[in-house]
Write a protein that binds this ligand. Structure first.
Ligand code: ADP
Ligand code: MG
Length: 680
């Protein structure tokens, strides 16, 4: 059946609409997709042994000649096809071996007494002796399809066999013209195979060395294309010149009730240098929870506003946006700067009033969620965009911001310390500042790992905190009872605690499925001391500040990533009282306990992040908040660090060389920059 799209897999023999649907489940519609459906594993059938050296249970190849006439017996069965058993003996110079084939008389007919073959199979041994069942075999002069080869094992879906995929790939390799993304000089310099050879060898490796070579090329390519996209973003931004700001934030400093830490001042200086440079800033400020990043951002906002620009301050949640607003509004008001809040849950009329004021230039600093940049929000003169606690402000979003016409400075604040590897990939187009100092007088939070046996003592401890006028966060991994029975679903748990465990304490519930206004109410009431205990899902993970809370209990702690737990822990120890973090987990697996214990021992966010990356990989790194995280099919951000660095260097060279890019590279970059085109 001819297909309109010449690249569709429907053009391949053996693939009709039904099979095509199954392939679609694997994300494969075109031959190109198919060639990038990499094997998830390989079965190495290249090991050759003499018969006497074959090991029980370990598959291997051997060359042997048939020394008996194959004998076939048929065992009739009343209800089904009869069973056919063929027995024969083979031998090499080291020994003999009996082979048994079940129901394969057709293929066994190809075995002839006196001739030699390559066999591949697994030896079994019992008290009678050794034998082998249903080995694969090929004639000596034409092996390589099922014996003495490396067989790719593909990701599959029900109804699709490994053979289906392998044969489709084989056809596609012959028919599809493969576009090269890496220029030849770069390939030569870094010793990389061309795309065609690499793809052929990844699917049909001739040996382990070829497989390693092909893998390296494909990993390199992924990192290279992504890095090239980041380089392009970076160079586009630095070419845009903007009027420099020269104001110093002295007046701002004077309104603060505390003096800034050395680290805060240094980072503000770095931002001011960007402002003075006349180029648009793109800077990431990293720093552990509680290090005071908001004040750094506020100082930057102050300077931009003094230069008659507007500032957009985006928080990931409404709660946080509100908290920022409440903190910053009085501060900026005392400086004569006008601050406003815009969130999705506001009344339409309120939103409209806010937008009108914004467009008229009557608002200097607008605080809100991501909706700030998507909705019909029009700034009269936007000078600075601040994205707080953001991993969701991914590459595509940064690209989208760039294409908005005006060229605002961009400041991204990240509370999750990001290992260098990951930072390069997530933020390779940004300059990085680190706030590596906490404000003075912070309490160290003591952390403990306990199991259910500790429950009674834990409950007593919660009562004791409440008796002393302090508050407790209890975080649960899911909100509805169900998927996993043992999970402490926040909703149910809150009810149980209130009715049977702490009838005399005030228990509140907060979860992600609540409406914005509802959440805010609960959070505000808790912050105001109206509750002793707040049971919640991870919605409190980011930013919310309740200095009176001294205890953080995490139920089913093994379900969280270390960095997530570290973030949660950062919610307490914000006041002057001693604070505690208690991780509850009945998971006694060694690896799990080690992981959680490691968290109890250190408070260094960067070390925790590195550990998390090593243990759980980047996909899990941000818990559920993995937007903006590029996914690599081949490359591993933990194991391929060396290749990543080379690829980055190569991409920078390619982009700065100021010559046309290979069309395939350009296409790839475009799709990377457009991937997450929705701002959410
Ligand atoms: P984060 O870096 O986690 O966003 P915040 O900016 O929310 O931290 O700051 C945490 C708390 O520390 C806030 O209550 C803030 O007012 C306070 N803070 C910030 N800087 C200082 C400082 N230099 N001295 C004392 N307290 C500070
Ligand atoms: Mg913050």
């Amino acid at each position: 059946m001819a297909q309109k799209n010449p690249n569709s897999i429907l053009n391949l023999t053996g693939i009709g609409p039904k099979k095509a649907e199954l392939f679609a489940k694997l994300g494969v519609d075109t031959m190109d997709d198919l060639l990038h459906l990499y094997p998830r594993d390989y079965e190495d059938r290249t090991r050759m042994l003499p018969i006497a050296s074959l090991e029980v249970g370990t598959p291997a190849c051997f060359i042997a000649s048939v020394i008996s006439t194959p004998m076939t017996h048929r065992i009739p069965k009343p209800d089904r096809r009869s069973l056919e058993i063929t027995k024969l003996t083979v031998a090499d110079h080291t020994g003999k071996l009996n082979l048994t084939f079940f129901n394969s008389s057709y293929s066994v007919e190809r075995l002839h007494r006196g001739e030699s073959y390559v066999f591949y199979g697994t030896l079994v041994g019992d008290y009678i002796g050794y034998a082998m069942t249903n080995p694969l075999f090929e004639p000596l002069d034409s092996y390589g399809k099922v014996t003495r080869c490396i067989v790719p094992i593909y990701p599959l879906t029900a109804g699709l066999t490994n053979n289906n995929v392998a044969s489709a790939v084989k056809q596609a390799l012959g028919r599809c013209s493969i576009q090269e993304t890496i220029p030849e000089d770069i390939r030569r310099e870094y010793g990389l195979w061309d795309a065609q050879t690499a793809l052929r060898q990844i699917h049909q490796p001739s040996d382990q060395e070829a497989l390693a070579h092909a893998t390296r090329r494909l990993v390199f390519e992924e990192f290279y294309c992504f890095s090239a996209a980041l380089s392009i973003l970076r160079s586009k931004r630095s070419h845009k010149s903007v009027p420099p700001y020269h104001t110093e934030p002295q007046a701002f400093y004077e309104t603060l009730p505390f003096s800034l830490t050395g680290a805060q001042r240094r980072v503000i200086e770095e931002i001011l240098a960007d402002f003075r440079s006349g180029n648009a800033m793109s800077r990431l400020v990293q720093g552990d929870v509680g290090c005071g990043k908001t004040m750094v951002a506020a100082a930057a906002a102050f300077v931009a506003i003094e230069n008659h620009k507007q500032v957009a301050f985006m928080a990931p949640t409404e709660i946080l946006a509100k908290q920022h607003f409440e903190r910053l509004a009085p501060l900026f008001a005392s400086l004569g700067q006008r601050v406003s809040l815009l969130t999705g849950s506001m009344k339409l009329s309120e939103k409209k009033r806010c937008r009108d004021a914004l467009a008229a230039g009557e608002i200097d600093l607008l605080i809100g969620t991501h909706a700030l940049l998507t909705e019909a929000t029009v700034f009269s003169d936007l000078g600075l965009v601040i994205a707080d606690e953001q991993h969701r402000f991914g590459v595509a979003q940064r690209a989208a911001l760039l294409s908005k016409g005006e060229q605002p400075h961009l400041l991204i604040m990240s509370a999750t310390p990001i290992p260098r590897t990951l930072a390069l990939i997530l933020y390779g187009d940004l300059d990085v500042s680190v706030v590596d100092e906490l404000p003075p007088g912070r309490q160290q939070v003591d952390s403990f790992l306990v199991d259910e046996r500790y429950r009674k003592r834990l409950n007593d401890f919660i009562r004791k905190q409440a008796a002393e006028g302090h508050q407790t966060f209890i975080v649960c991994p899911a909100i509805e009872e169900g998927e996993t029975e043992s999970l402490k679903a926040a909703e149910l748990w809150a009810q149980t605690l209130q009715s049977s465990v702490f009838p005399n304490l005030r228990v509140a519930l907060l979860h992600g499925k609540m409406k914005g206004a509802e959440k805010d109410q609960v959070m505000e009431a808790f912050a105001a001391g109206a509750y002793d205990i707040l049971v919640s899902t991870t919605v409190i993970e980011v930013g919310v500040d309740v200095p009176n809370a001294t205890l953080m209990v995490v139920e089913n702690a093994d379900r969280f990533g270390l960095s997530q737990l570290h973030q949660l822990r950062g919610r307490i120890g914000r006041g002057s009282a001693k604070s505690y973090c208690i991780l509850v987990s009945d998971n006694h697996a060694d690896e799990t306990r080690q992981r959680l214990k490691a968290l109890c021992k250190t408070t260094d966010g960067f070390r925790i992040a590195q550990e998390d990356l090593k243990l759980r990989g980047p996909g899990d790194f941000f818990g559920s908040r993995q937007h903006g995280l590029p996914l690599f099919r081949m490359g591993s951000l933990t194991q391929d660090l060396g290749i990543l660095q080379e690829a980055q260097e190569a991409a920078a060279k390619t982009i700065s060389a100021d010559r046309p890019l290979p069309p395939a590279l350009e296409k790839k970059i475009r799709s990377l920059l457009e991937q997450e085109s929705t701002l959410n």
